[in-house]
Design a protein around this ligand. Structure first.
Ligand code: PXL
Length: 277
């Protein structure tokens, strides 16, 4: 039987993020994605113009119908939340479908580069932070780690040239672990022209280093989290999952910056997907 995962995220027409990324990555990695769309957008919200069809009122039908059909999932992935009211629905969904073997990954999508995404306010962030606590794995970027831990991003990032920058991040990440089995992957840490991804559990901590190409692009966090998620469902170790995700992003961003680009359009990941097979 093919492994199945519920993927709770938005569908954006442009930006190569959210479901567009997750469906592609999971499929090529042999995991069936079962999408539960939180919203349908013309574009991700970083573009100058976008229109969002919020699906909060429809989400309850997924639990109901999938429950009636006796569906079950090897993994549940939650990403972009279009309204704070969605968090309670997602909690309920997870509580209904989670078994001891289900991998629950929460990507606490809230912001990047020290700023909240345009549709987010403090109330929504609080709800996303509460959802993150219940996950087996969370994949915040540095901005989101700061929100999760009430850390000031600017003051943390002002140490980015210091020898102890990664150690500071380790201490903060460890403080964000909400239960003994939870693991945290902190993505997209920029230091000395390189990119680091940190992997943390109660006992262990390590960093995977890669080359940094260009800006912080739309969708890279979603592609990264999707590769980690599918790898874990496929019984790989977390560190090898992060190495795989990190080298994939490195290749696709290196290819993207060869030509003029707009960070909002995301990265050339399609042509490398076959390598995840
Ligand atoms: O990749 C994160 C993301 C997902 N979905 C939407 C977004 C963003 C980031 O801007 O706007 C709609």
């Amino acid at each position: 039987m093919i492994k199945k995962a519920a993927v709770i995220n938005d569908l954006s027409g442009f930006g190569k993020c959210s479901l567009t990324a997750t469906i592609a990555v999971l499929s090529v990695m042999g995991v069936q994605p079962c999408p539960m769309p939180t919203a349908v957008l013309t574009n991700q919200t970083g573009y100058k113009n976008h229109y969002c069809i919020d699906l909060t009122g429809e989400l309850c039908h997924y639990k109901e119908m999938w429950g009636l059909n006796n569906e079950c999932f090897d993994g549940i992935y939650s990403g972009y939340i279009a309204d704070k009211k969605q968090v309670d629905i997602i909690f309920d969904f997870i509580n209904t479908f989670r078994k001891s073997s289900t991998v629950v990954l929460v990507d606490p999508v809230m912001g990047d580069n020290g700023k909240l995404y345009s549709a987010f306010d403090n109330e929504t962030c609080k709800k996303v932070c509460s959802l993150a606590k219940s996950a087996d794995i969370i994949t915040p970027n540095l901005t989101e780690l700061c929100i999760l831990t009430n850390t000031d991003f600017e003051s943390l990032n002002s140490h980015c040239k210091s020898a102890d920058f990664l150690e500071r991040i380790s201490n903060i990440a460890k403080s964000a672990i909400s239960h003994s089995e939870q693991r945290i992957v902190v993505t997209g840490i920029k230091k000395d022209g390189c990119l680091y991804n940190g992997v943390f559990s109660k006992r262990d901590c390590s960093f995977v280093k890669s080359e940094c190409h260009g800006d912080s692009f739309s969708g890279t966090g979603d592609i990264f989290a999707s590769i980690v998620f599918a790898s874990i469902i496929n019984s790989e170790s977390l560190i090898s999952a992060v190495e795989k995700a990190s080298s994939f992003i490195e290749k696709a961003t290196a290819d993207t910056v060869k030509k003029p680009y707009d960070r909002n359009d995301g990265i050339n990941f399609e042509k490398f997907l076959y390598q995840l097979h």
